[in-house]
Unconditional design. Structure first.
Length: 481
């Protein structure tokens, strides 16, 4: 029997006692022989009335003090007279959250009520109760999880956002590179699944952020073989990878001393979803011409000339292309029609041995010694050559083949030899002690043409060496091989 039934039976018992007593008082002398018995009956009636009044007062107080303790999960958050007040607060909070986040809100804890009797000063004010509820409860939202090959990669608020995301991924590949490309088929290679689930609010991400993650969040491991002149920093620039990430991915390499031929591991970003397109593409393609050679015994082997200019042909191609994220992974030629045939180029090349005196186009160091003055400004004046100190009589050699245009004394230069190499270049050899060639003579590369001395304006035995291109001095050190 519950509390209400028990309390009801007590009320009935008191009521029955009062009725029984009143019936006795209708004729008090019937069951009572003397005055004393009547007094006892009156006293009993008074006692019963007092008990009845006390019980009634108790019932009034009990009813007026009825309340409920409110629990959120296992935690008590307040006391109230009316359960509906709490339910209204929860409904208001849920509505506010749904409006703020534009999401379906699901409260994460159950609200329980336990009946008690409480005085007025024990009742939690409605604003305090509302504040307690807000600070204590958590909630979930209905979201839509995007899974790629069974792996969850993000949760969006609505199915429409998921659809928008997938359409944005496909969009760049919906059209061909030109007007002659037809998209025959478009597929997502990975298994895509969307599931509705309840998640904490912070799990729901912005569609733009998820798009960026999906398009760049994958990782692809490649290798790069180091070539001449490369460093980890130049390789990082080529692949647009932070240098620190490249160093971290290659702990076995010394960042400052990588060697030619070493393999550098590259971890580059790639899309997490692959868009495969099957395209039918019609385009024109260049047909390269062939180069045919005709030999001529009257020309040197380092000479050649074009007798007939070649011109490329053209053909129309229809191809079936399979692309992954815009990169061709397979190509099948369906049609191949020549529009214009190419014209072969005819080149005449000499077979006659080149004389040793013909310039090779590169310069050697004309003598052995130590460089005492370089090309550039010296003592406020331009020094046009390279000074090479050596003992008097050290051989001076022609830096390249050519014809001697001057051999003799030339003022401040002292004894001077000048050679025209026939390709726009000429060289000068000054301050010679003796000269071994004459003007008009042809010399070959490395031939001794003079000896080191200190003639002209000179403070010691050395060779002053100049290189001129089209009559203007250039830095010899930058052109000696």
């Amino acid at each position: 029997m519950d509390d209400h039934e028990h309390k009801g039976s007590e009320e009935d018992s008191v009521y029955l006692r009062i009725i029984k007593t009143l019936r006795t008082l209708r004729n008090p002398m019937d069951g009572i022989g003397d005055k004393e018995a009547a007094n006892r009956a009156i006293k009993g009636l008074i006692l019963i009335l007092i008990i009845g009044f006390t019980f009634t007062l108790y019932k009034v107080i009990e009813i007026r003090t009825r309340a409920v303790t409110v629990y959120l999960g296992d935690e008590m958050i307040g006391i109230t007279r009316n359960e509906d007040e709490v339910l209204d607060i929860l409904a208001d909070i849920e509505e506010q959250l749904a409006s703020t986040y534009d999401l379906d809100i699901v409260l994460n804890q159950d609200v329980e009520f336990k009946g008690i009797n409480a005085r007025r000063d024990s009742i939690t004010p409605i604003e305090v109760l509302k504040s307690n509820i807000k600070s204590k409860f958590t909630f979930l939202v209905n979201g839509y999880a995007l899974q790629v090959d069974g792996k969850e990669i993000g949760v969006l608020a609505t199915e429409e956002e998921i659809e928008d995301l997938l359409n944005r991924i496909k969009e760049p590949y919906l059209k061909g590179e030109d007007g002659d490309t037809d998209i025959v088929e478009l597929n997502l290679l990975e298994e895509i699944e969307v599931t509705k689930k309840q998640v904490p609010l912070d799990r729901v991400v912005d569609v733009d952020k998820l798009f960026e993650y999906v398009t760049t969040g994958g990782k692809d491991i490649r290798e790069h073989i180091v070539e001449v002149g490369e460093s980890l920093w130049t390789i990082a620039t080529i692949y647009k990878i932070p240098a620190d990430d490249l160093i971290e991915a290659n702990p076995n390499l010394d960042p400052d001393r990588i060697q030619i031929g070493e393999r550098v591991k590259l971890i580059v970003s790639k899309p997490m979803i692959t868009v495969e397109t099957i395209e039918r593409n019609r385009y024109t393609e260049r047909i390269d011409y062939e180069v045919k050679v005709e030999q001529n015994s009257n020309m040197y082997t380092n000479e050649k000339k074009v007798k007939v200019e070649g011109s490329p042909g053209e053909k129309e191609v229809v191809a079936r292309l399979i692309k992954h994220n815009g990169v061709v992974v397979d190509k099948e030629i369906l049609e191949d029609n020549v529009i214009k045939e190419p014209t072969d180029q005819l080149v005449v090349r000499g077979t006659k041995e080149v004389p040793r005196t013909v310039a090779t186009g590169s310069f050697l160091m004309p003598t052995r010694g130590s460089i005492t003055s370089r090309y550039g400004i010296r003592n406020g004046r331009m020094h046009k050559g390279l000074d090479i100190a050596a003992r008097t009589g050290t051989p001076i050699r022609a830096a390249d083949g050519g014809r001697v245009t001057f051999a003799g004394n030339s003022g401040a230069y002292g004894n001077l030899v000048q050679i025209d190499h026939g390709n726009g270049y000429s060289t000068k050899y000054a301050h010679c002690s003796t000269i071994g060639v004459a003007a008009g003579q042809r010399v070959y590369r490395g031939q001794v043409i003079a000896k080191v001395g200190s003639t002209g304006r000179s403070t010691g035995a050395h060779l002053h060496f100049e290189i001129l291109k089209n009559g203007r001095n250039i830095n010899p050190a930058a052109n000696i091989r």
